[in-house]
Design a protein around this ligand. Structure first.
Ligand code: IVH
Length: 694
């Protein structure tokens, strides 16, 4: 009876009402995510999260079919094409591949067993021949060539209908626009468009420098680039391509190619100019598939691009036809995945690390998560602005990516999972390692420790810089030795270098008495230096060789520099506010001044003079070019002398060159000087010019 029914269905109706609310919420969520993914190229959740919500919606809609509307995301599989991109119906549908669930190498055994069973092979029948390929983590593309010319490039879409993206695909240099004359009249090449990891890192580095939002991963970036409406933007996102199959091709009966195996077909594609991955190989039986899986899993990190697994395909095209398809998947191919390179985990804290150059990097401490084949407990957050842009806070659930040997990074926050109120992260004002002031240079995104050579985190870098040829020129003090000296706590600060004795040195591993003697001699020799070299060697940010020379020339003595105000520093040629500020900050740290004093106390010395005006120097306004080998003066020494006398030392000869100083084996520069009539000097001539000669 209707009346009774109404009564009985009352609770059900409220259940349906509740479901409707939930369905509405899921749809809004999915639409928002789809918009981020497809339109903004900036998804905030991993695909797996999207899929989970999508399946939840599908399940609810199946339970309450009255709630299904044409606008539901479930009703437009693959996401709606942008209205501006033209739909393309594929001549041959673009299928998907079955994914083997067992991620261990043994997953290959299951596939082989299935193939053998479906082919009706006896257990003692010979092994099946396969092709093993990489499973590229990009997006599938169908390239249609007619009479050898690229006429259309289309995305996979839902497999039946994709989108015309020819305008963007034409910008990919790896994709031939025209093929050799022996190609069939109709040829559709299928493969993967992807972005190499290094290109992705470079792109993100540039985004970070410009203070713009970074991209999540190479795949999303490639997908976004391909679906750009403006090919100029696509062209700025360096994309690449690997071919792995065919779509529609002129039939054999009409003169089309007749391949016996998938491998032959790939060789032909290579011949026609398409990139085919070098790892692609023929493999006999399950054991060789397992070996391939193991080999590629070990090589994965070294590959220049992301892969999410390997693909096995039955090699014989006749057997492929015999095996056929099961719904939308071929029975002759399978995808065998590797561990995911992106996972969700929780941030337990944010630490700050100090790098060798003094850069402060916020690092997320994570609930341990297995990603990219290893357990990750830390991931970089790059800098404060990245944290702000991504809205990362302690307690958040975040997406962590680890691909290749690139350090793991937090690429985004899973929204709506923040526990209760958590304070925004702040950069420390003092270096967590040495306590020196932390600064951020105008226009720079990075914070830096000003401790320089005082900061233990920067010690090795500071020592190497101090010892460099253009600085104190300490022969033999290279990276390995610096590592030993610092790790063995033999050297803590720069002055310690001049306090090492023979005993301390020979105690080091792999340090013989002879090398120790040599190093001590080099250290002794380095004590006699020039003010510019010393200043440059201190490693003050913004103070390169040229600025060090300008400072030395302008002030004449170190004490004058130490006492200079910012205003006085600004009077030095080429010193602007940024440089003046960097020098001032460095000298304002008492421990830096202390180091300088101690170095002097150790016997480091240089000639000093009164402050000099550039125009008063004897060679002011002259430009000199050095070429060839001089009998006694090294190139560096000659340069130092000339510059101290006010001359500019240039690298190439022009009509404006005042002199060319030529030594033995002088080449094209000498010839150029003679051609232009520029006066040429030898070492004696140079000394005369400098007022040292006879
Ligand atoms: S073959 C009938 N080979 O994986 C088989 N696909 O679900 C058609 N993919 O989106 C695909 N590497 O873009 C094939 N070596 C490879 C592949 C590969 C990556 C992607 C493809 C598609 C998905 C298949």
């Amino acid at each position: 009876m209707p009346k009774n029914l109404d009564l009985f269905s009352a609770p059900a109706q409220s259940e349906q009402a509740q479901a409707a609310i939930k369905i509405g919420a899921l749809r809004r969520q999915l639409d928002r995510w789809a918009h981020q993914y497809y339109v903004q190229d900036a998804p905030e959740v991993p695909d797996a999260e999207y899929d989970r919500a999508f399946r939840a919606l599908q399940a609810l809609e199946a339970q309450f079919p009255e709630c299904v509307t044409p606008e539901s995301p479930t009703q437009r599989v693959g996401g709606a094409p942008r209205p501006e991109l033209t739909p393309v119906r594929h001549a041959v549908p673009m299928l998907s591949i079955h994914t083997e669930t067992d991620v261990s190498p043994a997953g290959a055994l299951a596939f082989d067993a299935r193939v053998r069973r479906e082919l009706g092979l006896a257990p003692d029948a010979p092994p099946v021949a396969y092709v093993a390929e990489l499973k590229f983590d990009g997006l599938a593309m169908n390239l249609r060539y007619e009479a050898g010319a690229l006429v259309q490039a289309a995305t996979r879409g839902d497999g039946e209908v994709g989108e015309d993206v020819t305008h963007n695909i034409r910008t990919i240099r790896q994709i031939p626009l025209r093929l050799p004359s022996d190609v069939p009249a109709i040829l559709e090449v299928r493969g993967e468009v992807y972005m190499a990891r290094a290109d992705f890192e470079r792109l993100n580095e540039a985004q970070r420098e410009r203070g713009q939002k970074t991209f999540i991963n190479p795949r999303n970036t490639a997908a976004g680039a391909v679906r750009q409406l403006d090919p100029a933007i696509a062209a700025q996102r360096p994309l690449r391509f690997f071919a792995y199959g065919l779509g529609e091709v002129t039939p054999v009966a009409q003169g089309g190619p007749d391949f016996a195996t998938h491998f032959d077909l790939l060789q032909q594609l290579k011949q026609w100019g398409f990139p085919v991955a070098a790892q692609t190989t023929q493999a006999l039986g399950a054991s060789e598939l397992v070996a391939f899986h193991e080999r590629i899993a070990a090589e994965r990190d070294q590959l220049p691009y992301d892969i999410d697994g390997v693909v096995y395909k039955v090699d014989s095209l006749a057997l492929q036809r015999q095996l056929g398809f099961k719904t939308r998947e071929p029975r002759w191919a399978v995808a065998h995945k590797f561990p995911a390179q992106e996972m969700v985990t929780r941030i337990e804290g944010i630490d700050v690390q100090v790098g060798r150059t003094g850069k402060l990097t916020p690092v997320a401490r994570l609930a341990p998560v297995f990603v990219g084949g290893v357990t990750v407990t830390n991931a970089t957050l790059h800098n404060l602005f990245e944290i702000r842009k991504k809205g990362v806070r302690v307690g958040d659930e975040v997406i962590v990516r680890r691909a290749g040997d690139v350090i793991p990074e937090v690429v985004g926050v899973v929204p709506g999972k923040r526990p209760s109120y958590v304070a925004n992260f702040r950069m420390p004002r003092q270096c967590p390692i040495c306590g020196s002031a932390v600064v951020r240079e105008p226009g720079e995104a990075n914070h830096r420790c000003t401790g320089g050579l005082f900061c233990p985190a920067q010690r090795k870098e500071a020592l190497l810089h101090f010892a460099a040829r253009r600085a104190m020129d300490i022969d033999g003090l290279g990276e390995k030795l610096v590592d030993q000296l610092v790790d063995g706590a033999v050297v803590r600060t720069l002055p310690d270098l001049y306090r090492i004795g023979l005993v301390g040195l020979t105690a080091l591993e792999r340090m013989g008495e002879k090398s120790a003697q040599n190093l001590l001699a080099a250290l002794e020799k380095s004590k006699s230096t020039t003010l510019p070299r010393f200043l440059f060697g201190l490693g003050i940010r913004q103070v390169g060789e040229a600025t060090a020379k300008d400072l030395a020339r302008h002030f004449g003595s170190l004490d004058a520099i130490l006492q200079a105000s910012t205003e006085q520093l600004l009077q030095v040629r080429d010193v602007g506010p940024v440089v003046a500020e960097a020098i001032h900050t460095f000298l304002a740290q008492p421990h830096n001044v202390e180091v300088i004093e101690q170095l002097r106390a150790c016997g480091v010395h240089w000639p000093e003079g009164p402050p000099a005006e550039r125009t008063q120097l004897p060679l002011a306004g002259m430009t000199v070019v050095l070429t060839g080998t001089l009998p006694t003066l090294s190139r560096e020494a000659a340069k130092d002398l000339l510059e101290a006398a006010g001359a500019k030392v240039a690298g190439s000869v022009s009509k404006k060159t005042s002199y060319v100083v030529a030594g033995e084996e002088a080449g094209s520069k000498l010839a150029k000087a003679q051609e232009l009539g520029v006066p040429v000097l030898d070492e004696a001539g140079l000394r005369a010019l400098l007022g040292q000669g006879a």
